[in-house]
Design a protein around this ligand. Structure first.
Ligand SMILES: [Zn+2]
Length: 196
């Protein structure tokens, strides 16, 4: 197939096409109006948002998420291969966002079952790290909480909700750690490996 020649003089170079994704920005920059009185914000992007018209203040705190580290009978760690962005094709851990009104532990039970159809037998808290979730053009601050979990059996493992491509049990080395979708997950994994 003939390669289409790129012409630097083409006027199309200066047009913004739909294939160009704008740079993701913090979610606080999306607040253009006060949610209480509706007046346009004098300044956007500040944390907290403050409305000079009515005095309303809103803090953009992080949302909560959970992640699980687990090993099989041979001491190999479970990695999930992410099917979607952010981090499509890279390694992640079972887990996800905590719903309003849910405990972190309940969220882990729910997410692990939804994602890979496994039932948790025991869990213990490991650590937390800040994370940023880039989704649909916005950056959401996240507090990731990590647990070490034991499951009833790995026999039932399967891709439940389409969030993953597959899974990988291994004794992680530099290659696996470098290929993790999130820095927070990598830091938790390093901490876990050191503590063994
Ligand atoms: Zn206001």
């Amino acid at each position: 197939m003939a390669k289409k020649k790129a012409t630097s003089s083409s006027p199309a170079r200066n047009l913004v096409t739909t294939s160009e994704t704008p740079k993701p920005r913090p979610v606080r920059q999306a607040w253009k109006f006060c949610p209480r009185c509706g007046v346009a914000a004098a300044k956007t992007g500040k944390n907290p948002f403050h409305c000079e018209a009515c005095g309303h203040t809103h803090f953009f705190g992080p949302v909560s998420a959970v992640g699980a580290i687990t090993t099989d009978s041979e001491g190999r760690v479970l990695f999930l291969i992410r099917a979607k962005d952010p981090g499509k094709g890279k390694y992640g851990l079972p887990g996800g966002f905590v719903d309003a009104g849910e405990t972190a532990e309940d969220a882990l039970h729910r997410e692990v079952f939804e994602e890979i159809r496994l039932k948790i037998k025991a869990m213990s808290y490991l650590c937390s790290f800040p994370n940023e979730y880039v989704y649909q053009g916005f950056i959401l601050p996240v507090t990731d909480m990590f647990f070490v979990m034991e499951v009833e059996t790995f026999d039932a493992i399967e891709s439940g909700d389409g969030e993953i491509h597959g899974w990988h049990f291994c004794h992680p080395g530099r290659k696996e750690l470098k290929n993790m979708a999130f820095e927070s997950n990598r830091r938790a994994m390093e901490l876990f490996l050191k503590s063994r």
